[in-house]
Design a binder for this molecule. Structure first.
Ligand code: NAI
Ligand SMILES: NCC(=O)COP(=O)(O)O
Length: 345
């Protein structure tokens, strides 16, 4: 017997209208049977999806729907919840008006998740420069979502950015910051907190009973005992010791240049890097089209493709929807794993 469709869909925010978000959303729906894409509801401007489908020559029936209707409709039509203003930007040509379209759709999609009407949030890429020029005060989705998870006492949970594929999972301890600021931002408490978040969410959402964390060093050769920088011994090693004392399987500081070949990868579940490109370069090189960005540390599940807006190919039909499809499937899996854990608890 075929497994029954989940009652609640995933909420897909359409992202930057001038980018490939609308293209890959349509392509993911068209691939629903062949690639077993879980039911989702697109949140944003229905006109944007209709126009992009016509441009790409896709016959995609769009149906305005409430989230409660989406899973049942999904086999025959792409459910859409209208949110935000109409998109004005043409493919590949972002304009200032895009920001409200992106941000209102994102907020509405997140509302579906936080109100329990959708199981997880999946986001198509936004252009950081477009939304920030319009006053968005966050570096990216990750930091915005953390702010939306603000606790009643006013504190904001620390998010962690996991880039995941079946080949490699990585988390940068510092995220969207200039490289020159990284040494000053790295503290033992930041690394301990990041390690705790990763260990907890890999257990409750990925079902790994005791995830193994490998901490990269900051400097070449992990500092070579202080000859090539002091942060590895002064900051990273005490963090690893503190996590081990809490029962978390942590190792490091490890030289980053030898951490990503197949034999090395067999020794850990997640590599924690000191800065964005240290770990996103190996992750995107090994699995650009299958990589997923998942936000850890927040009270809801959010995934996204690991790529950006790809303005150069938006509206051409050359976008590969695989990373979005992987993001949708991972979101479904994480929601199901968490639900099973909650039932058992
Ligand atoms: N989660 C998010 O919202 C993210 C947003 N961005 C934003 O995207 C914008 C562009 O960033 P870039 O660094 O140029 O990276 P990008 O990922 O948009 O593009 C890099 C190259 O990869 C190609 N590419 C990307 N996705 C593809 C796909 N699905 N199929 C085929 N080819 C694909 C593009 O055509 C381009 O040649 C920036 O404004 C950045 O802020 C970048 C990463 C994540
Ligand atoms: N390089 C990953 C990236 O920029 C994703 O950012 P976010 O929008 O998911 O915070």
């Amino acid at each position: 017997m075929a497994p029954s469709a989940p009652a609640r869909p995933l909420a897909l925010a359409l992202g930057e209208p001038a980018g490939i978000g609308p293209d890959i959303a349509l392509m993911a729906w068209r691939a629903r049977r062949a690639r077993e894409v879980p039911p989702f509801i697109a949140v944003g401007d229905p006109g944007l999806l209709g126009n992009r489908a016509r441009r790409l020559g896709f016959e995609v029936p769009l149906v305005r729907a409430a989230p409660e209707e989406a899973a049942a409709l999904f086999a025959e039509a792409l459910p859409v919840l209208a949110a935000g203003p109409s998109a004005t930007a043409a493919p590949g040509r972002p304009d200032a008006g895009s920001a409200a379209c992106v941000l209102e759709a994102l907020a509405a999609a997140l509302d579906l998740v936080t109100s329990g009407r959708a199981d997880a949030l999946v986001t198509c890429p936004l252009a950081k420069s477009v939304v920030q020029a319009a006053g968005f005060p966050f570096p990216g989705h990750t930091e915005y979502l953390a702010d939306r998870a603000r606790r009643p006492d006013g504190t904001v949970p620390r998010p962690a950015m996991l880039i995941w594929s079946p080949l490699l999972a990585v988390v940068p301890a510092t995220i969207h910051v200039p490289l020159k600021d990284v040494p000053g931002l790295l503290t033992t408490s930041l690394l301990v907190e990041t390690g705790r978040i990763v260990a907890r969410d890999m257990a409750r959402r990925f079902g790994l009973a005791r995830p193994r964390l490998a901490f990269c060093g900051l400097n070449p050769h992990a500092g070579e005992g202080g000859l090539m920088g002091l942060e590895d011994e002064a900051v990273v090693r005490p963090a690893v010791a503190a996590l081990l004392a809490e029962g978390i399987a942590a190792a490091g500081p490890l030289p980053a240049d030898t951490l990503f070949h197949p034999q090395a990868r067999a020794h850990y579940d997640v590599a924690i890097g000191m800065y964005h490109d240290q770990v996103l370069i190996p992750a995107k090189t090994l699995a650009f089209h299958d990589g997923v960005n998942a936000t850890l540390g927040l009270p809801f599940i959010r995934t996204s493709p690991d790529h950006g807006t790809a303005f150069d190919i938006a509206g051409t039909g050359r976008a590969d929807p695989s990373s979005l499809i992987a993001a949708l499937k991972l979101a479904r899996r994480l929601a199901d794993t968490e639900a099973v854990g909650e039932k058992a608890a």
